[in-house]
Design a protein around this ligand. Structure first.
Ligand code: CO
Ligand code: CO
Length: 354
């Protein structure tokens, strides 16, 4: 009987924490030729989740890709997490996935082909749950396993949920708990003594489909998903694109409880620290928000939740629907403010100064 393969042993960096830090692309994109095609409704300029390309007055394509090294040990789970994560960027634009292609790097010298079969199987099952098929792909040899999808979806051009239309007074709703980067890092290091990885895998393999449909139906102003840049990184992108500020109430933010214990024990991925460093010039933390609290809000998520900015009178109804459809931890976590564009203030509780 051979030992089950531990995929994270083959990854130097795991999941969305393998992403280049947020400042990296921001510094490169301006040097590329600018996009002039008027049918590009969403391009690179706003650091949004996916591109949107108008085909007709009623129909636009949503285009996105996401891939990374193993975030979990089990190959089937890795495929399912990677697929849910890639599909999420379509949902985060208010779109509906149509079909997808696999992007694969595989170290065939050190892993048997059955491992790749399991990865693809996990992805295919997750795609089927989303109502689509994976119709092709491309595979290269690589030193670390790499897996993800390029996903194509559709959206009506006037129903795009971009990240640049949040309005002062909107409430911010987050649909999944944080702590995924911290827990997966603890598991990779053999330090997950609370066995939190099972809950983290459940969260990461939950499609953002139902949440996206509820948020779109409730008429949210802006939407994004929380992945490698962490809650504050993706909120910064939304605030900067929308030319607004934001305020986060730490005690309202849902977190998988063991992640608090692990981050206080010094466990968090390198990507989380990179986010924290990059965000220091955009975020003001109240004096009672500790370094560990800050890291949690910057934690690099993989297949994290949706973050919506919604008119305050719509928030209660939206939350009730989210809770009723399985997003049990969805919560109002803060608000959009006039001051100062792109800047975020984090306080411990609503009403606290800072
Ligand atoms: Co995204
Ligand atoms: Co993404």
């Amino acid at each position: 009987m051979t030992e089950p393969v531990r995929l994270t042993k083959f990854a130097k960096r795991a999941g969305c924490a393998a992403k280049q830090p947020p400042g990296f692309l921001l510094s490169i994109l301006p040097s590329l030729p600018s996009i002039t095609d008027p049918n590009v409704l969403v391009g690179c300029a706003t650091a949004d989740d996916a591109a949107v390309y108008r085909l007709t007055d009623d129909l636009a394509l949503v285009l996105t890709t996401d891939f990374f090294t193993p975030i979990v040990d089990d190959p089937y789970d890795f495929g399912a997490v990677a697929a849910a994560n890639a599909l999420s960027d379509v949902y985060a634009m208010g779109g509906k996935p149509l079909t997808a292609l696999s992007l694969v790097g595989f170290p065939d010298a050190v892993l048997p082909p059955e491992v790749l079969v399991e990865i693809l199987h996990g992805a295919a099952d997750k795609a089927a749950e989303a109502g689509i098929a994976i119709v092709g792909g491309h595979t290269i040899k690589s030193e670390e396993p790499i897996f993800g999808l390029a996903v194509v979806g559709t959206v009506a051009p006037d129903r795009v949920l971009a990240n640049d239309k949040a309005l002062p007074g909107d409430l911010l709703i987050l649909t999944k708990p944080l702590g995924l980067g911290i827990i997966t890092t603890a598991a990779k290091n053999g330090a997950d003594h609370r066995g939190a990885i099972a809950a983290a895998i459940r969260v990461m393999t939950t499609l953002n489909r139902a949440a996206s449909e509820i948020i779109a139906a409730a008429g949210a102003h802006a939407l994004t998903d929380v992945t490698g840049f962490g809650l504050l990184g993706h909120l910064r992108n939304m605030a900067a694109a929308s030319r607004v500020g934001a305020r986060v109430w730490l005690d309202r933010v849902p977190v998988l409880a063991p992640a608090w214990e692990y981050v206080r024990a010094g466990i968090s991925p390198g990507g989380t620290h990179a986010n924290h460093r990059f965000l220091s010039e955009w975020v003001s933390y109240a004096s009672d928000v500790s370094e560990e609290d800050q890291l949690m809000l910057c934690d690099a998520q993989t297949s994290g939740g949706l973050l919506a900015a919604v008119a305050s009178d719509r928030a209660d109804g939206m939350l009730a629907s989210l809770h009723a459809t399985g997003a049990a931890e969805a919560a109002v976590i803060g608000t959009i403010e006039t001051e100062t564009p792109g800047r975020i203030v984090v306080v411990r509780t609503e009403g606290a100064g800072g």
